[in-house]
Design a protein around this ligand. Structure first.
Ligand code: NAD
Ligand code: LMR
Length: 339
């Protein structure tokens, strides 16, 4: 029989306009760091995304192989691999969206901030190239420490006079993915139905899941909410320790990165009501960058949504995270302005 999706789209002009392949706009997406642990599975997932028409895979080395491999998959996008800085221009020109998972990952015992010294410079140089070659692209920053790399990117773009706060995103989707998974397990509800905002930043206590707003609500005990909060905050460390020196989350991160990139592309294409949590320039607290729910649209950020009502536990968490997040932001800004 006829698949139900086809039936739905032929009965709905709205769905047909957004999802039929004839009218899907051309979109070039680049992954910078595409030969890495996140980069490779992210390249695979973006190759599966029908909203992408050109997939540009850049790394300092190894991308011809990844591109040849992924390029054999019979989906819409045309794949190109670029290796080394002299190919960065070609990789970036014409991009609508640039996803950045370039940089070193943690080993056990390290904080994300311990990655600052290496990754700050990598992000700075990649963002300098973005400002030159695709200043209007949306940027999805995955490289850690996200709390600082996003402010670095903003400063680089400001210096180049290309900064548009609507186009710069720190990817915190993995925190949401984890909060949903952990909650569903504890509350014994279907994970696909779970929705929960995660706000603040992307490191330790700066990650603040708002389980008071979770749906479906299961009225968990306070101790359970505390334990779920801690597990979400330490989710990255859980993976780093389990991998025991072989890096940090790559597969779940690729999934989360692909989910967020898809939301950005839907927003660009005019799909209404696309809302995801992301770490963006913000005025919902006194901090200049903050993760919260964001409505995505044709220009990137359409609206930064407020926090909504918080429990006392969440209010305490919010106050506790502010000093650390503030200093990570300032560290990024200082780095970008002294080098
Ligand atoms: P990895 O070492 O496996 O891969 C990183 C890749 O970046 C490598 O292929 C490397 O060659 C490349 N690279 C280095 N310098 C580059 C440059 N100048 N230009 C282009 N590419 C460059 O690491 P990974 O596991 O993929 O993690 C990458 C980053 O993502 C780390 O900083 C990690 O902490 C971060 N991360 C963030 C989240 C998040 O939720 N935001 C989740 C997981 C990992
Ligand atoms: C994560 O949350 O998995 C990433 O930020 C990687 C890490 O270092 O924990």
């Amino acid at each position: 029989g006829a698949p139900s999706a086809a039936a739905a789209s032929s009965s709905s002009p709205v769905l047909r306009r957004y999802y039929s392949s004839e009218s899907t706009p051309e979109r070039k997406v680049a992954v910078l760091g595409a030969a890495g642990g996140i980069g490779q599975p992210l390249a695979l997932l973006m190759k599966l995304n029908p909203l992408v028409s050109k997939l540009s895979l850049y790394d300092i080395a190894g991308t011809p192989g990844v591109a040849a491999d992924v390029g054999h998959i019979n989906t819409r996008s045309e794949v190109s691999g670029y290796a080394g800085e002299d190919q960065l221009r070609q990789a970036l020109e014409g991009c609508d969206l640039v996803i950045i998972p370039a940089g070193v990952p943690r080993k056990p015992g390290m904080t994300r901030d311990d990655l600052f010294n290496i990754n700050a410079g990598i992000v700075q140089s990649l963002c300098t190239a973005i400002a030159k070659y695709c200043p209007h692209a949306l940027v999805n920053m995955i490289s850690n420490p996200v709390n600082s790399t996003v402010p670095i990117a903003a400063e680089v773009f400001k210096k180049a006079r290309t900064y548009d706060e609507k186009r710069l995103f720190g990817v915190t989707t993995l925190d949401v993915v984890r909060a949903k998974t952990f909650y569903a397990g504890k509350a014994n509800v279907p994970v696909a139905k779970v929705n929960v905002p995660v706000v603040g930043g992307h490191a330790g206590i700066t990650i603040l899941p708002l389980f008071s707003q979770v749906t479906p609500s299961a009225n968990l005990a306070d101790e359970d909410i505390k334990a779920l909060t801690k597990r979400t905050q330490d989710g990255g460390t859980e993976v780093v320790e389990a991998k025991a020196g072989k890096g940090s989350a790559t597969l779940s991160m690729a999934y989360a990165g692909a989910l967020f990139a898809d939301a950005c592309l839907k927003g660009l294409n005019g799909v209404p009501d696309v809302v995801e949590c992301s770490y963006v320039q913000s005025s919902i607290t006194e901090l200049p960058f903050f993760a919260s729910k964001v409505r995505l649209g044709k220009n990137g950020v359409e609206e930064v949504l407020g926090l909504g009502p918080l429990s006392d536990f969440e209010k305490e968490g919010l106050e506790a995270l502010k000093p650390e997040l503030k200093s990570s932001i300032e560290k990024g800004i200082k780095f970008a302005n002294q080098s």
